[in-house]
Design a protein around this ligand. Structure first.
Ligand code: HEC
Ligand code: HEC
Length: 447
């Protein structure tokens, strides 16, 4: 027993040593959890272990001095900064595993768990672990949105059917409070690779929109809301602070950079879009476009069996993603890429993820003027547009660094990439074979 344990940990260490030797480094990152206001330098390039291998970040404009930097410094009253919820080690998002670890390390005292949106509802006893269960178990923050939206006449009514957090029926925070609001619970999205989603200057969004409901028109407006909301500031950030935040977000890139089985993903003659460096240099569309894996199949490469098997599986997984057809609501010949493609023209869609009722999430009954009734735990885009047709629609996320930031979907309902694939397989009756599912998961893991 003892000796077999030794063998396993020995193998794991050997892997780490190999990857570090291949990348020309003998050291790991100096820190994993980045605290607001800790100061110091975020290097030009940095690698972090994740459950599948290594995720890498790259700052295109060089190392970032964080001491006075508004992305890294708390600008409000609760000691949080942007970095609190957008951690380099988690692909500039936050994994539920890291959140739970942070709770243990700080006995729930980290600013991450601030009552405002790091708990199920600010009115709950904040010392109790259960009051933060949605954040700890699903990685979800509370997003409170005014209802009805400003200057919009909605074409549906909304009622609270189930309210496990108490926040939607609360006299202080709920739908019938002095400032009527709907609380939904969502995953943080990547504050990276944003050069491809936004324009220069204020960072106006194009193609894929910002936030699960597309409510922020630009990185600038998003940062103002984040400082006043998540950071509970009493005044908006200055023009100079906003400029620095937007400039930082548009020059930081993340992607998986090594895989436990596939080895380095950043070799010079490897696939041209893997790894943070390739992402930073890529053209528009790099977040979803077909990947060429030609470099992996070339001659003269030393590959042991495991590495070659894994890389072949990734190549096949790419084919499943881009080519394996299934029928999408009656239309034959769809693939994953039908929707996950920057030029698909639609930023938000309802794929049923928000219609799954769950005992720990709120549930709303939406009654449209047409008479249609929808049950949903997050009306998504409908909360912004006020349109029945948008109820339950969520803005597609970018796919980078997936291995470093489980769980998935805006409501964190898929714990693993395999669960994401099973969700689609069931919903669209795709009929993937076990081999296709494994290949598809491997493809997603190396992005
Ligand atoms: C308490 C955690 C928290 C803090 C602090 C925080 N964010 Fe976020 N961030 C989130 C969540 C949750 C979302 C998704 C919200 C939604 O979809 O409605 C998000 C979304 C974003 C997005 C959208 C990305 C996309 O592709 O849609 C950007 C950009 C972003 N945050 C930047 C920032 C900046 C800049 C700051 C600091 C000013 C900041 N965040 C502070 C939790 C946080
Ligand atoms: C009909 C359009 C559509 C199709 C087809 C589709 N997706 Fe999605 N996908 C979406 C939307 C919309 C979301 C956001 C849903 C949410 O977060 O609730 C999403 C989210 C995801 C996510 C979560 C990303 C994250 O950051 O949490 C993954 C992974 C994913 N899809 C993979 C796939 C795979 C693999 C396939 C093929 C089996 C596929 N998708 C097919 C529309 C689609």
């Amino acid at each position: 027993m003892k000796s077999s344990l030794f063998v396993i940990s020995g193998a794991a260490l050997a892997f780490v040593a190999i990857v570090h030797a291949q990348s020309g480094r003998s050291y790991g990152p100096s820190r994993v959890w980045w605290e607001s206001g800790q100061g110091g330098i975020l290097p030009w390039e940095e690698d972090y272990d994740d459950p599948e291998g290594i995720v890498g970040i790259l700052n295109e404009r060089g190392a970032v001095h964080t001491d006075e930097h508004p992305f890294f410094q708390a600008l409000g009253t609760n000691k949080r900064a942007c970095i609190t919820c957008h951690q380099p080690a988690n692909a500039m998002s936050l994994s539920a595993a890291v959140i739970a670890k942070r709770w243990e390390e700080t006995e729930g005292k980290d600013p991450l768990f601030a009552a405002i949106d790091g708990s199920n509802c600010p009115s709950l006893p904040q010392d109790a672990r259960e009051s933060h269960s949605l954040l700890l178990e699903r990685g979800l923050f509370r997003i409170a949105l005014p209802w009805p939206p400003k200057d919009v006449r909605p074409d549906f009514k909304i009622e609270v059917v189930q309210d496990p957090t108490g926040c939607n029926t609360s006299r202080e925070f709920g739908l019938k409070s002095a400032k009527p609001a709907i609380s939904v619970f969502r995953r943080p999205r990547l504050a990276a690779n944003l050069k491809y989603l936004t324009s220069e200057g204020v960072g106006e969004a194009h193609g894929i929109r910002l936030m699960a409901d597309g409510r922020e028109p630009s990185l600038r407006s998003q940062a103002i809301t984040a400082v006043l909301g998540h950071e509970q500031a009493t005044a908006p950030p200055t023009a100079e602070q906003l400029r620095q935040i937007v400039a930082f977000e548009r020059q930081i890139f993340v992607a998986q950079s090594a895989d436990m089985r596939g080895g380095l993903l950043t070799e010079n003659d490897g696939p041209s879009i893997l790894g943070p460096n390739n992402v930073s240099q890529g053209k528009n569309g790099v977040l979803f476009e077909k990947v060429s894996y030609a470099g992996w199949q070339g001659p003269g490469r030393l590959q042991d069996g495991l590495q070659k098997d894994f890389r072949d599986s990734v190549v096949r997984g790419g084919d499943v993603f881009f080519r394996r057809p299934f029928s999408l609501e009656g239309r034959a010949g769809a693939t994953c890429a039908t929707c996950h493609n920057q030029n698909s023209g639609t930023a938000w869609m309802n794929i049923g993820t928000t219609n799954q009722a769950s005992a720990d999430l709120p549930l709303f009954r939406v009654t449209c003027d047409s008479g249609k009734v929808i049950l949903t735990q997050d009306p998504g885009r409908g909360l912004i547009s006020g349109k029945c047709a948008d109820v339950g629609s969520i803005v597609l996320q970018q796919f980078r660094g997936l291995a470093a930031r489980a769980p998935y979907f805006s409501n964190g309902s898929a714990k693993t990439l395999r669960q994401v694939i099973d969700y689609y397989d069931e919903r669209y009756k795709i009929g993937y074979t076990e081999a296709e599912k494994a290949d598809l998961a491997n493809f997603l893991k190396v992005l």
